[in-house]
Design a protein around this ligand. Structure first.
Ligand code: ADP
Length: 480
């Protein structure tokens, strides 16, 4: 039973129901239309039969004085001539009174059906209708036509010719049976074919539900075949595939961010372990000796201090990075860049650290920023140039272009290799030369600068031709 509750069968039954109603309505309409046509043609046949009979009768009686002609036309003899087969004839006078009647064929003794006197009077005075339906004394219905008899132009009466409608209905009976059998055959064919056709049209839906099951099971690469037709099911298939692609993409993003997180935790742990191992080593060595000479103690303490300072820096860097990557908006205030960068560079006193520092700071370029964070960007860029371009020129500029503010540092150091350039803003990425622990940092400096600039809706970029120095530009939105 559950089978018949499926969409396929429900549509089939709906379709068959609709088809039956249409066939029935069509059959009924056709029956009445055919009956009307038959009534009209029978009425026309009766009228032409009358015209022929009238002509023959006139010829038969020849020319007679008007009065006797009138009597003849209203006579039983004329009625008998007109009655034949199923046709009965009745003659009425100019006042609508029955003069005489004659029946032949199936109902010879029965009086012909009569219409109302008004019908006769109306027909004589104006024009008879195409046909009338009259009821006989036995209750049977008859189709009747009226013909006005005239002498000259004066109407003297009316002749009614009628046949039982049962004769006409016999023809319709056969038609009706044919229509019923035909309709049943159409319904049977529809019953056999529609589940197949509907099933075929619904096949993509079945496929979609199978695919949805597989998607739910974790196979996000599954898609449905899109039917060539651009109908509702085709549109649904396209939308379904878009949804599947969306889910796939969302899971891919999640997988990637989990992967990045795992890497980050692994890298951070690794970076923290190195100084810890080093400190543990010194502690171990000192612990094993009964007597420690002051010189060894001094070197060990200095080394341990350096390692712990390095660890503190790393932890602080990690905290800064997570703070700006968390998406929390920094607390901002208007910052006039030329003054701000000038002060930051003065504090750094780069010349004292061996750099050839020069400035070109366009006055009045203002942004809205967290000054502490922005100072860190300047610091990190300056420290990198000191580390990787020692003794080189550091040219700092502040300017406004394309509706944005920029802080730029150009150095004349060795530049960045093509392999390193796309990765230098990644967390823990160190350039080939920087992997030597004595000069290189932990690979977080530029990642922090990037996270700070992006938290201010800005961008940071680096360009370099190896041997020609490096250029770093931080772009920030201008203060409104
Ligand atoms: P690090 O802690 O190694 O300095 P950063 O994120 O600050 O990490 O820098 C990433 C890498 O970018 C560095 O290891 C270095 O290879 C390269 N780099 C940064 N600044 C410069 C520069 N001014 N000149 C050449 N290379 C640079």
């Amino acid at each position: 039973m559950a089978r018949f509750r499926s969409l396929r069968w429900r549509l089939t039954f709906l379709y068959l129901g609709l088809l039956s109603v249409l066939l029935l309505a069509g059959g009924v309409a056709q029956y009445f239309a055919a009956r009307e046509v038959l009534f009209r043609t029978s009425a026309e046949a009766l009228s032409s039969e009358y015209a022929a009979d009238l002509l023959a009768f006139r010829r038969q009686i020849g020319t007679r004085p008007a009065t006797s002609l009138r009597a003849l036309m209203l006579s039983h003899q004329f009625a008998t001539e007109l009655a034949s087969g199923h046709t009965s004839a009745a003659i009425f006078d100019a006042n609508g009174g029955l003069v005489t009647s004659a029946s032949a064929g199936i109902t010879p003794d029965q009086p012909p059906p009569t219409l109302t006197t008004t019908d006769y009077l109306d027909a004589i005075r104006t024009k008879p209708k195409t046909y009338y339906l009259a009821t006989a004394t036995d209750g049977s219905t008859h189709l009747a036509v009226l013909n006005v008899i005239r002498l000259g132009s004066k109407p003297i009466g009316a002749v009614q010719l009628s046949i039982p409608t049962a004769v006409i209905d016999q023809t319709l009976q056969a038609d009706r049976q044919l229509a019923i059998v035909g309709s049943l055959l159409v319904l049977l064919a529809a019953l056999l074919l529609s589940p197949l056709i509907i099933g075929r049209a619904l096949r993509p839906l079945k496929q979609m539900s199978d695919t949805a099951g597989k998607l739910a099971g974790g196979d996000y690469k599954q898609r449905v075949a899109v039917p060539r037709s651009s109908d509702e099911i085709g549109t649904l298939a396209v939308a379904f595939n878009q949804m599947a692609a969306g889910i796939d993409q969302a899971f891919e993003v999640q997988r990637q961010s989990e992967e990045q997180m795992r890497h980050f935790v692994a890298d951070a742990s690794h970076e923290l372990r190195t100084p810890l191992t080093s400190i543990a080593g010194y502690v171990d060595v000192l612990g094993r000796r009964e007597v420690v000479d002051p010189e060894t103690l001094q070197t060990s303490l200095v080394a341990m201090q350096q390692e712990s300072a390095r660890m503190t820096r790393l932890v602080n860097d990690l905290l800064t990075l997570t703070r700006f990557e968390s998406g929390k908006a920094p607390s901002r205030q208007p910052v006039v860049l030329d003054q701000f960068v000038g002060r930051a560079l003065d504090e750094l006193s780069l010349r004292d650290k061996g750099a050839l520092e020069s400035r070109d700071l366009q006055p009045g370029v203002t942004v809205r920023a967290d000054p502490e964070a922005l100072k860190q960007v300047v610091n990190n860029l300056a420290q990198n140039a000191l580390k990787y371009a020692p003794g080189a020129e550091q040219h700092w500029s502040v300017f406004q272009a394309d509706g944005r503010a920029a802080i730029r540092l150009q150095d004349t150091g060795p530049g960045i290799s093509r392999q390193d350039l796309p990765h230098i803003f990644e967390r823990f990425y160190r350039g080939e030369k920087a992997r030597d622990r004595s000069t290189g940092g932990s690979g977080l400096g530029l990642a922090i600068a990037k996270s700070i600039v992006e938290a201010h809706q800005g961008t940071i970029e680096a360009s370099s031709e190896p041997g020609q120095g490096a250029t770093f530009t931080a772009w920030l939105p201008l203060a409104a």
